[in-house]
Design a protein around this ligand. Structure first.
Ligand SMILES: Cc1ncc(COP(=O)(O)O)c(C=O)c1O
Length: 423
């Protein structure tokens, strides 16, 4: 029988590998085994429970029933959109003035809209050679492609030269480029870009923008979990205004520890007024053509958390405590990993870190046999990249966000054993 499912969708995996590994780890834990599960990207407290900001939970519970029941406007409630723009651009009046936004179900929806509106079908978005796997799914779903540039240079810094060359290649090949950078606390590597790297990125993109439309999407899903002032990098993007379109995938999932609330926004800074209006309309149209509108209750809760000064302050204090939890794990990991000679990108904070390793599936399998779950990954090399660039050929992603501090030493020990490094 000829399958009714269209050929291009046949053979698609139903389950994300992260969720199937996590499910297995949870089942083994329930059977009484001592399991360390470093697969899932949510912040757990030291007792293994979801770390939820109490003030955020209160705001959600205090949303009146009628707010949950009512449709939101297609693009999202104006209060919410204003609050997100003001939150992001508190110190950047020019960005604030040129910004338009639509509500999206999490940062995922924002990335989806960026792909669908700033690339034609068949064109490729450009991101780092290590990237959050759903980027590819989002491209597949929109009939777009994904290409990468080598993320790290020989010194372990962001390879801005490789980015520049890839943008030039894409502009020549497809007449436009959409560059997606996840920063700070990049998933999966844990890397946070330095000021110099942001300056170099903006400079390269501004120059390339003379040859065709360049759009930069900053996926800032983890921006409140980096080690530095989360908004400091914005000033480095100023030279791009008027040259490139600058987008932000904003998410409440991690910032307010409400992953299931599905609240996010795509924010677009567009200098030209007529184009800004056109972008706002296209994004709103995309909302209508996908999820129609987001849940109004979620938008109301997050808008209140952003704008009520007492609640915003309380959230900041609670978030600092959550960050402290994470910080202690990051410090423990860095110290143990150094002792064991593990190779990983500079890691100053955030939900994940990645340890470079060849044959990652084999290593992850050996760890799984010892009750420690991590995610094996292979990078997506840039098109035409020679096999022997010296770049690492695989890695293991560790979600420290979900590992108790007391388990970090065991995790590193089992990992070092799997890599057969000297102890
Ligand atoms: C890199 C990155 N971007 C975006 C997201 C979007 O998350 P959400 O849709 O829950 O906001 C995530 C979540 O894991 C992520 O890791």
């Amino acid at each position: 029988m000829i399958p009714h499912l269209i050929p291009s969708h046949q053979g698609r995996p139903a389950d994300d590998p992260i969720f199937s590994l996590h499910r297995e780890a949870t089942q083994r834990k329930a059977r009484g085994e001592a399991i360390v599960d470093a697969t899932i990207g949510v912040l757990l407290d030291e007792g293994g429970e979801l770390a939820v900001l109490p003030t955020a939970a209160r705001a959600v519970h205090e949303v009146p029933a009628v707010e949950w029941a009512t449709y939101a406007p297609i693009a999202g409630t104006p209060d919410f959109l204003r609050a997100v723009i003001d939150d992001l651009f508190a110190g950047e009046p020019e960005m604030q003035r040129t910004a338009v936004a639509v509500a999206t179900p999490g940062g995922t929806g924002a990335v989806r809209h960026a792909i669908a509106n700033f690339l034609e079908p068949g064109q490729a978005m450009l991101t780092t050679s290590w990237f959050w796997a759903p980027y590819r799914t989002l491209c597949d779903e929109s009939d777009r492609k994904l290409e990468t540039f080598e993320m790290f240079d020989a010194q372990g810094r962001l390879d801005t030269g490789a980015l520049d060359a890839a943008v030039a290649r894409q502009l020549a090949a497809q007449g436009r480029a959409l560059v997606v950078l996840n920063d700070p606390a990049h998933n999966p590597t844990g890397y946070s870009m330095s000021d110099e790297e942001w300056i170099a990125v903006a400079d390269r993109l501004a120059r390339r923008a003379a040859a065709g439309p360049v759009t930069l999407l900053v996926d800032c899903a983890y921006f409140l979990y980096g080690a530095r002032d989360p908004r400091a990098f914005l000033r480095h993007l100023r030279p791009l205004l008027g040259q490139a379109t600058v987008l932000f995938a904003w998410s409440a999932s991690k910032s307010f520890t409400h992953y299931g609330l599905r609240v996010g926004a795509l924010v677009a800074c567009v200098a030209d007024e007529a184009e800004r209006t056109m972008v706002a309309s296209a994004l709103s149209y995309s909302c209508r053509g996908t999820w129609s509108n987001c849940n109004r209750g979620g938008l109301a809760a997050i808008a209140r958390l952003l704008t009520d000064p007492d609640m915003a302050r309380a959230c900041a204090v609670e978030r600092d405590q959550a960050r402290g939890l994470l910080r202690a794990r990051v410090d423990a990991f860095n110290a143990d990993a150094r002792k064991r000679g593990l190779v990983h990108p500079r890691y100053e904070g955030g939900f994940f870190v990645t340890v470079f390793a060849d044959r990652p599936r084999e290593r992850a399998e050996a760890m799984r046999a010892k009750g420690v779950y991590v995610l094996p990954q292979l990078p997506t090399p840039p098109p035409g990249a020679a096999a022997a660039t010296g770049a690492p050929r695989g890695s293991l992603r560790i979600a420290l966000c979900s590992v108790a501090n007391r388990d970090v030493a065991r995790l590193v020990e089992v990992l070092a054993g799997a890599l057969a490094l000297p102890t």
